[in-house]
Design a protein around this ligand. Structure first.
Ligand code: NAP
Length: 316
């Protein structure tokens, strides 16, 4: 099969597209012919050697995608050849073929398009645990989302709005600001404008997947409020003074999607909850940008450039 892989850490130059052996399907796995593969920040962190990674050389990056079942392990009775399946927590997905344990596979609902599911899978399930497990869930409370027009940001902001919260956010351009407002945000600030002084200690919850903004997030959240730190899209966070945090009763929560997808039940219940927002039309997202898997290097560079809006997909 063709795959995108690397054998040492580094910048996008380490990525090679070429022939590797097909995966061997175990008794409890499905073999998928991949249709769309999601690209995520975690793929960048792994390529640079800054994130947990499985032992394998060369290493095939990627953890999510949508594909069609083309082979079935002898202990799997729940699937048929031709079924469409998606997954968000299976390694080695930057390839034409991926072996997926049956408990990690989720059948695509018949009324949902593969491209849409590939565009919302990992980021949508991330938004789900951020909003519903780590968020405060109080109706009418004020929440702030850094990177509101990013992949997670767009879904998270609309989910929180649909759940009855007032959503504020920040972005880098007028176009992205307009998009976030059309998606229901109450106010969206521009990064290069002067707005922060009016909102110090204002928000009940601040969602921060940007990292370098963590001190700003602490300033923006009110006493007894929560900062939910979930990623480093802009760079690693600064050191935090916990004694100062304590003196203001501010809390920092963190979370990794893997810890919220620990069983088939959890994967399918969370996916159903996510898909419901899309089926009911409560959440709309921008069209994904699609690169051929053979152009994976360009896709990594585009994600790192900060110019992307929403999801980047790789197509084998
Ligand atoms: N914890 C988890 O389980 C989990 C799961 C998935 C993703 N994540 C994390 O979630 C974050 C967002 O991922 P994504 O897939 O949504 O990526 P994305 O679509 O590229 O969005 C990243 C956002 O970060 C903002 N950003 C980037 N650099 C910035 C900077 N220097 N200053 C301020 N804002 C900056 C961008 O804002 P503009 O568009 O306004 O420029 C963009 O909207 C990443 O950190 C990722 O690692 C965490």
């Amino acid at each position: 099969m063709k795959a995108l892989y690397f054998d040492h850490f580094g910048n996008s130059d380490v990525l090679t597209y070429g022939e590797l052996p097909d995966p061997v399907v175990s008794r409890s796995e499905l073999l998928l012919g991949m249709e769309y593969i999601g690209l995520n920040y975690a793929d960048i962190y792994r390529r640079k050697g800054e994130y947990h990674i499985e032992e394998r050389s060369p290493y095939i990056n990627g953890y999510e995608g949508v594909g069609t079942v083309i082979d079935i392990g002898s202990a799997v009775s729940e699937y048929n050849i031709g079924d469409k399946v998606f997954f968000v927590d299976v390694p080695f997905s930057n390839a034409e073929l991926v072996a997926v344990p049956k408990e990690n596979a989720i059948k695509l609902p018949s009324n949902m398009d593969s491209k849409l599911v590939a565009s919302i899978g990992l980021q949508g399930l991330t938004a789900d645990f951020l909003a519903h497990d780590l968020g405060n869930g109080l109706e009418s409370s004020n929440v702030f989302v850094h990177g509101i027009s990013g992949g997670v940001g767009q879904i998270l902001a609309q989910m929180l709005t649909a759940d009855g919260l007032n959503v504020y956010g920040i972005t880098s351009s007028k176009e992205k600001q307009q998009m976030a407002l059309e998606q229901g945000a109450k106010r969206v600030f521009l990064r290069n404008s002067d707005w922060q002084e009016d909102y110090l200690s204002y928000f009940d919850t601040v969602y921060d997947g940007v990292g370098i903004t963590l001190l700003d997030s602490i300033d923006l959240v009110k006493h007894r409020g929560k900062v939910v730190f979930f990623g480093m899209a802009g760079g690693n966070p600064p050191k935090i003074d916990f004694v100062e945090l304590l003196s203001q009763s501010k809390s920092i929560l963190t979370g990794d999607l893997w810890d919220y997808l620990t069983s088939y039940k959890e994967r399918s219940e969370r996916s159903d909850r996510l898909f419901k927002y899309f089926r009911e039309g409560t959440i709309n997202i921008s069209e994904p940008t699609i690169f051929s898997l053979s152009n994976g290097k360009e896709a990594h560079e585009f994600l790192e450039s900060g110019k992307s809006v929403g999801k980047i997909l790789l197509e084998p």
